[in-house]
Design a protein around this ligand. Structure first.
Ligand SMILES: Cc1cc2nc3c(=O)[nH]c(=O)nc-3n(C[C@H](O)[C@H](O)[C@H](O)COP(=O)(O)O)c2cc1C
Length: 371
């Protein structure tokens, strides 16, 4: 039943909502989505209706990872809910988790000018927002007394400004936010976003020395919750190898692979969606091959279908996240992916996601979808 309601919602999105929404400026539409999500998530009636249309659960999709229960492997990726305003409605849309932020020490309005664009022919978005968010103090205090059905992670970046390009100041900026969220016991896990492609001064914490100094600072905070690191899909293998080796020496529980790609001709900013999918998948496979099970991997980039998500699981992802697919396909995509993954697992004879993780790498159970 959920399948047919969700499919119907998808037809309405494709044929009515999307053609209208795509006439307007993408950032204004994003803001409207947040406002609508806040409203729908704000009372029991609208939450119930949303749930009736979209929600799907299947025991085969439940996983316990690093002490966190994920009832679906599909999460909302960082950058959509920057100020943590729509976690409530994400529960009803069928997400298994969300990642809020990226949050920075200081509040920021982000980069000036037009900073979000659609590239429909490439099924991508051009993103140059520059980490706009309300800042760690405000966001963590807003979440302090909230509790949700689904776990949420907090993505932490450094404030987008000239000063934080300095290794010491940048590190302190990350640690301030981490400490703030941890001391307020907000968030099920934390992600260090060292790969924002549209902040001042690039990605200095992808350099091995700065990265190790940052992790040493994190270690000193004795954080019990899982810590992930979000990687750029544009790193060289040498750089990835160094990051993996350094991570083994510190408290890093996993990687989010990947952020936006800078491989484009638009100058500033990064690309999401199908433009990043292959780069993200190549890096996911690479990291899984090198580390097999040592780290939890979250696969992100270009997921537009259950097959896309399942392919990432077969390449080594324990969980997946998305944004762009939901914008192009509609919020129905989340349940469609959940339903589809359950079916693909069944077809491949797997009883759980855990059994399928990495199966496209060791070739034992290579499904036709993992090409
Ligand atoms: C509008 C937008 C804003 C984003 N902001 C962030 C961010 O603040 N922090 C972050 O780690 N990633 C951010 N990202 C990257 C996404 O989390 C994700 O890694 C990337 O878009 C690839 O996934 P997708 O193809 O499903 O969109 C953003 C992406 C988009 C589209």
């Amino acid at each position: 039943m959920t399948g047919s309601k969700t499919r119907f919602a998808g037809v309405l999105y494709q044929n009515i909502a999307k053609p209208i929404l795509f006439l307007f400026d993408p950032e204004s539409v994003h803001k409207s989505f947040i406002n609508i999500g806040k409203f729908l998530g704000g009372n029991a009636v609208t939450k119930g209706i949303t749930r009736w249309v979209y929600y799907y659960r299947n025991p085969a999709l439940t996983q316990n990872i690093l002490g966190i229960r994920f009832e679906s492997p599909v999460g909302l990726s960082a950058g959509f809910d920057k100020d943590a305003e729509i976690i409530s409605i994400c529960e009803d849309l069928g997400f298994g988790f969300t990642e809020v932020g990226s949050v920075t020490k200081l509040a920021s309005s982000g980069n000036p000018g037009k900073r979000l664009g659609r590239l429909p022919e490439r099924k991508s978005l051009w993103v140059n927002l520059g980490l706009n968010n309300k800042g760690a103090d405000s966001i963590s205090s807003g979440l302090r007394n909230e509790s949700y059905e689904i776990p949420f992670g907090v993505s932490i970046a450094k404030t987008n400004c000239r000063e934080t390009v300095n290794d010491r100041i940048g590190k302190e900026d990350y640690l301030y936010s981490l400490k703030k969220f941890n001391s307020r016991n907000v968030g099920a896990y934390y992600t260090l976003n060292i790969s924002c492609p549209n902040a001042y001064g690039g990605q200095p914490f992808s350099r091995p020395a700065a990265y190790e100094a940052l992790l040493k600072g994190c270690d000193a905070l004795h954080i019990k919750k899982p810590i992930f690191v979000k990687l750029s899909p544009d790193l060289t293998k040498k750089n990835v190898n160094a990051i993996i080796e350094i991570s083994k020496r510190h408290k890093v529980d996993g990687f989010v692979i990947s952020n936006l790609t800078k491989r484009h001709n638009f100058g500033e900013g990064g690309l999401s969606g199908k433009a990043v999918e292959k780069h993200a998948n190549d890096m996911l496979k690479y990291v899984y091959r090198k580390t097999k099970g040592r780290f939890i991997l979250i696969g992100v980039g270009g997921i537009f279908s259950a097959e896309d998500a399942y392919r990432k699981i077969q390449y080594g992802a324990n969980l997946v996240e998305l944004i762009t697919g939901m914008i192009y396909q509609g919020p129905n995509l989340i349940s469609e992916i959940n339903i589809g993954i359950a079916e693909l697992l069944r077809m491949d004879g797997f009883k759980s996601i855990e059994e399928a993780v990495g199966s496209g790498i060791n070739k034992r159970h290579l499904h036709r979808h993992a090409k």
